[in-house]
Design a protein around this ligand. Structure first.
Ligand code: ZN
Length: 482
């Protein structure tokens, strides 16, 4: 359903806005009325998310007003209640995009929310069906309207993601498929294999950073505004002007200082991850451990980035895409999950498997982790078609390196906590799918185990975890530097 309001409707509504009063108190029968459950606002530098949770699916329309910039959201078949009114006090002063939210009964059947904006935004609105403990959700994501190319690549990637231009493997245009398409008649497969086996006659070319060359295709998102996205108008030229085969494999770092590490604190924003019986939230614990690990690694001279450094929801693919765009040599996702039995405990390290899980526990964990996008909430967009055969060749080599990385981290973690398994367990984790980056997921401890929840709450345990991750990554980095 396209919730976009036509220009004519908009002009009509703008006329109507003049009559709009936030003190309107029309009394209407509440029989068909939306039943609001909760309102949450997640301000973050990447984007601010407003979630309106309700018993029923919400019908909505929205439009922009300028001078000053506002976003107006009309929720139909709805009536003011304390829940929806609370939106006005939930906008924080530090919110980068919203200065104020006002709510009122616009007409007998419409609740109108006006977001006063601090800057021009690119809004993405969509609904989510009930999942986990959530009822129906209407999500209002406010992205900056313009993203400069020298901004955090995450912002650019989130824009691309919303247009369906980020594949399951991360970024889009640097896939072997696009290489194959651009190079008819060349033995791309042979070149690919020689790159993997190191028998590489082709001149090494750094992996390209191309994020916006696929305009127009696959953009089937709904509720889109007519706001022109400056990302589209700015050609992002690939590193090379003419298509040449691009090695999928990231060039080896020459030294520790050249080694790029991406740390990925799991969950965030709407997705709290697992919650311990004392209320400890996985998303908070893992962000703290990741920050500590970043400090440790930076002190050793590594270049370290994080997929998130605030309480924000980042889709799994965008996490992978960010690591690929940064040309990371190592990707470590950090978690503290729950199991159905509170007795389950122990630290674990996981890698990707393409041939089924190596244990039931790993399979269960991958399933719950892959749900993150449903819980955190992502807009349904077109998926990239990817030729898996080409990826599989690269990915097999990458998985072997991931197992090595995992084993080295496990060896360090063993000094801090009892291990869940003595080996690196494998399953189909979406966040570990970068075809060319050794990637592991560290389960620091089980937040569902009362003893381990207590450990996770202490600074000393978090620091030990961070140091172990850092030491394991360092051993691995030493083994890959040329
Ligand atoms: Zn987790």
């Amino acid at each position: 359903m396209d919730n976009k309001i036509s220009r004519r409707d908009m002009l009509k509504t703008i006329g109507g806005t003049l009559l709009f009063s936030i003190t309107s108190t029309s009394v209407v029968a509440a029989s068909r009325s939306a039943n609001f459950v909760a309102v949450r606002v997640w301000p973050a530098s990447a984007y601010t998310r407003v979630t309106i949770e309700s018993q029923q699916t919400l019908d909505y329309k929205y439009f922009h007003l300028e001078n000053p910039d506002r976003l107006v959201l009309d929720i139909q078949n709805a009536h003011l209640d304390e829940v929806i009114k609370s939106i006005s006090v939930k906008v924080l002063e530090r919110d980068p995009y919203i200065s104020k939210a006002r709510v009122g009964q616009y007409d007998d059947n419409t609740v109108r929310i006006v977001f006063d904006l601090k800057e021009k935004v690119n809004p993405q609105l969509f609904t989510l069906k009930p999942v986990s403990e959530f009822k129906n959700r209407l999500v209002v994501d406010l992205y900056p309207a313009s993203v400069a190319s020298d901004d955090d690549p995450l912002l650019v990637l989130l824009q691309e993601y919303n247009k369906g231009q980020v594949s399951s493997y991360g970024s889009t245009a640097d896939t072997p498929v696009s290489v194959a398409v651009q190079n008819n008649g060349r033995d791309i497969l042979g070149e690919k294999i020689s790159q993997i086996t190191g028998n590489n006659n082709a001149k090494p070319v750094p992996a390209p950073v191309v994020v916006a060359t696929n305009k127009g295709s696959n953009n089937n998102s709904s509720g889109k505004t007519t706001t022109k996205n400056p990302v589209d108008s700015k050609p992002k030229s690939p590193k090379t002007p003419t298509p040449v085969p691009q090695p999928v494999k990231t060039p080896k770092p020459r030294s520790v200082k050249d080694t790029i590490i991406v740390l990925d604190p799991g969950h965030g924003g709407e997705d709290p991850g697992a919650i311990g019986s004392k209320g400890t939230r996985e998303k908070d614990v893992v962000l703290n451990i990741a920050r500590k690990a970043r400090t440790e690694l930076r002190n050793k001279g590594f270049k370290v980035y994080m997929t998130r450094d605030e309480d924000v929801f980042i889709p799994l693919r965008v996490r992978v895409a960010k690591a690929r765009q940064l040309k990371a040599h190592v990707f470590v996702s950090i978690h503290a999950d729950a199991f159905t039995k509170p007795s389950a405990r122990g630290t674990g390290v996981y890698a990707l498997s393409q041939k089924g899980a190596t244990s039931e526990a790993a399979k269960y964990l991958a399933k719950t982790q892959n749900q993150s996008d449903e819980i955190g909430g992502v807009k349904k967009v077109g998926d990239k078609n990817v030729d898996n055969t080409l990826f599989d060749l690269t990915q097999t080599a990458t998985i072997n390196r991931s197992l090595k990385l995992g084993a080295l981290i496990l060896k360090e973690l063993e000094k801090v906590n009892k291990l869940h398994k003595e080996y690196v367990d494998q399953a189909n984790f979406a966040v570990l799918k970068a075809p060319d980056i050794p990637s592991v997921l560290v389960e620091t401890a089980f937040i569902s185990n009362p003893t381990e929840e207590n450990l996770l709450k202490t600074e000393s345990f978090r620091l030990k975890m961070a140091k172990s991750i850092s030491d394991g990554v360092t051993s691995f980095a030493k083994s890959i530097t040329t």
